[in-house]
Ligand binder design. Structure first.
Ligand code: ATP
Ligand code: MG
Length: 220
């Protein structure tokens, strides 16, 4: 495999329906390795669905999805998960320390690695303000944390995971503009090593993309 192809995404003529509703129809998009693109479009146009197809939570009805020039249907799930980081609006947390909640993205990660990821996600200062710092326990459903803090844990996981393809679905929706700008800076700093797809309704977040694609919505 050529290193130049790491993290590239090629979708050709995708069609997908959850049930009878056609969400994607003959949809194609080509995302070169090392690019940072935005996906914009009205609510319900299929942006989250496209990311879920890239994660292979569902199989497409027709068409092809290639990552690193390989059909994702032929990649085993573990390898595919290693290739992709996926951040959603809802970050699921478990009853453990905040460090371990970040470390799920990279089992065995050192404290230094966890802290570095937290810094990139604009979370380090908040964690340091907690009584037990990185060892502070997080409630079962994260109910001791704000929406924005949970979201930044999701982002920190993505930085720690360090996968070649980073898929971000509304990663800044709960964030104030300072936290947003720190995270966007960190994403830009990843440079050409990573392929980044950002879905957002926020103009300020889309501004971090080099190119923005419009999801035209379902064709019926
Ligand atoms: P938003 O900007 O609101 O997040 P989106 O572009 O991400 O919208 P999707 O979440 O991809 O839109 O949804 C596309 C369409 O598919 C919507 O009409 C939605 O109701 C429908 N849909 C999404 N998930 C499912 C599901 N699991 N089962 C059935 N229909 C679904
Ligand atoms: Mg969505």
């Amino acid at each position: 495999k050529e290193p130049s192809e790491f993290g590239s995404v090629e979708c050709q003529n995708l069609s997908f329906a959850y049930e009878e509703e056609q969400i994607l129809s003959d949809y194609s998009i080509s995302i070169p390795k090392g690019s940072r693109i935005g996906l914009h479009g009205k609510s319900g146009s299929g942006k989250s669905t496209l990311l879920k197809l890239l994660m292979r939570f569902y199989d497409t009805d027709s068409g092809s999805i290639q990552i690193d020039r390989r059909e994702i249907a032929s990649i085993n799930t573990k390898d595919l998960r290693d290739m992709e980081s996926y951040v959603t609006q809802e970050t699921s947390l478990f009853h453990d320390s905040i460090a371990n909640n970040i470390a799920v993205a990279k089992p065995g990660a050192s404290r230094a690695e966890i802290e570095e990821a937290a810094k990139k996600a604009s979370l380090h200062e908040f964690i340091m303000s907690l009584p037990n710092g990185y060892d502070t326990m997080v409630g079962e459903l994260g109910d001791t944390l704000s929406g924005g803090e949970k979201q930044r844990i999701g982002v920190a996981r993505a930085f720690l995971h360090d996968a070649p393809l980073i898929l971000l679905d509304e990663p800044t929706s709960n964030l104030d503009s300072l936290n947003e700008s720190i995270i966007l800076r960190s994403l830009k700093d990843l440079g050409r090593d990573k392929t980044i797809v950002i879905v957002s309704h926020r103009e300020s977040t889309m501004a971090a993309a080099e190119k923005v694609y419009e999801m035209s919505g379902r064709v019926s």
